[in-house]
Structure formats: C-alpha cells, structure tokens
Design a protein around this ligand. Structure first.
Ligand SMILES: [Ca+2]
Ligand SMILES: [Ca+2]
Length: 269
C-alpha cells in the first residue's frame, strides 16, 4: 500500500502540474515589443579640449512608436554628467523626419577636464515604456600639451619604532597639478625594507576617509576630502631592523610623473 502511495503521489502531482500549465497556456500573454537600435554613430570620438561636442545618430526599429532616444555621457566614476535627446523630426542635425533615424548633439563642458575614456550609452524607449538593449561606445578625452603634477610637504610617521611593535604608519603628501585637481590620477609610495626587499606600493587618498580602501577594512586616514593633502594610514609591526625607505610620487591622468619625495622609518630592536 505504502509503495503504491509513493508511486501515485508524483503521478498525481505530475497531472496537477500538467493541468496548471495547460490552463496557463490558455491565458493570452501580452506581447512585448522592445525597440531595437539597428545602427548608431557618434562623431568625433576624441577631444583635446574641455568641451565635448559631438553629433550622434541611432537607427531605431520598433513596433510601438518611439517616445525617446537618449545618449548618456558618463564621467570616469560611472555618473551620468550629460544627456542628449536624439530626435527624428527633420530639424538639424536630423535630416529627414520619420525615417527611424534619430539624431542629436551631445554637449558637455568640463569644469576640470577628465582625461581618459568616457562611456556613452544609446538607449531607445517606446511609448509602451519598453527600452532597447543599450549600445555602449567610448569617447576619448586627451590633454596635449600636458603639465605634470608636483608634490610637497612629505610627512611619514613615526620617525622610528620598535621591531614587530604594532603601530599606525602614516604617509602624507600634498599633490597638485596645474591642469586642475581632477588631473591627479594616482598618488602612491614605493619602498624597500632594510634588507632590500621591495615593499608593496600603496596608494594615498584625498577622500576624507569616506570609505574602505583596497579591501583592507580600513579607511585611508585622510582628514579632509579634496584639499590636495593625500594620506594613507596602515597598521603593522615592521619585522626587520634598520631603515625602511619610502618614495612618494604622483602621476596625472595623462601618465606624467611628479617629482619624488623620500623619507624613512627607523626600526630598532
Ligand atoms: Ca597634468
Ligand atoms: Ca585630504
């Protein structure tokens, strides 16, 4: 009897599921028509300027009428900083109304030029509120000629500490760039242990200790964000005795390097 029950139960469930599916298939699903961007262009794609000014176009196919075709321009941190509406209305730069080719002008002026590759995204939305798959491209922002950054006011503490004694090591420097604070790409130290081992390079931050850095579970130790003073606070016990030597420098977004400032921590037995 028990065996029969175990045989019948799945059979019963199977029939139940089948009948449910059958019932579902009788429901008329609404058919969703997503617009498709068939073709797109943007020109030019390189700017050696604070101003971005491009003409962009997208050819859109859609069953439902199109309510908008937009072009988003992103900063280097993933934020949308400008949006252009592409129109199919025959008004410049669009040539012919109603041909499915949407055209517009993307314009953005940087307060501080962000040299690098910026993402742009084309997106079409229908009157039914359905959006196409986004199409992504990049615009390259350059700076030529470029002026390198410079650093000053190096502070590394403590001056000395005992071997294996767990302490906070603090690295500070002021880094500026004549092209603007946003042109500082990276501030970091390299170094060597007393025995000559190359130390892992560490970045310094001007982030006001907003967030955990580099998966360490610690913040940078920086006091005030965006004041050109970069800091890195680490916790550890130096294992070797002698001089740990550190070299700090900055690199800007065009890859040019600042002067190098050096300091050391003496570790006694
Ligand atoms: Ca620069
Ligand atoms: Ca700071």
């Amino acid at each position: 009897m028990h065996k029969l029950k175990y045989f019948l139960l799945p059979l019963f469930l199977g029939i139940l599921m089948y009948s449910c599916e059958k019932e579902n298939s009788n429901v008329i699903d609404p058919i969703l028509y997503f617009p498709t961007i068939l073709d797109h262009y943007i020109t030019p794609v390189t700017f050696n300027s604070d101003t971005v000014n491009c003409i962009a176009g997208a050819t859109v196919e859609s069953v439902d009428p199109i309510s908008s075709v937009s072009l988003k321009f992103y900063d280097l941190y993933g934020n949308v900083v400008s949006i252009a509406d592409l129109k199919d209305n025959g008004v410049y730069p669009d040539t012919t109304a109603g041909d499915g080719k949407f055209t517009g002008i993307l314009n953005h002026v940087f307060i501080c030029r962000e040299v690098g590759f910026h993402n742009i995204e084309f997106l079409a939305t229908s009157t039914a509120g359905l959006t196409s798959s986004p199409i992504n491209e990049t615009i390259s922002i350059t700076r030529s000629p470029n002026v390198p950054p410079s650093i000053s006011n190096i502070i590394i503490t403590p001056d000395s500490t005992q071997q294996n004694n767990q302490v906070f090591l603090i690295f500070m420097v002021t880094a500026t760039d004549p092209n603007g604070a946003c042109d500082i790409g990276r501030v970091f130290y390299t170094g060597t242990s007393p025995g000559g081992t190359v130390l892992t390079p560490r970045n310094l931050f001007d982030d006001g200790s907003c967030c955990e850095v580099e998966g360490t579970g610690l913040t940078s130790g920086d006091t005030t964000a965006n004041d050109s003073k970069f800091t890195r606070k680490l916790f550890g016990g130096p294992p070797e005795t002698g001089y740990y030597r550190y070299y700090i420098k900055a690199v800007d977004r065009s890859g040019d390097t600042s002067n190098v400032l050096a300091d050391s921590i003496y570790v006694y037995p």
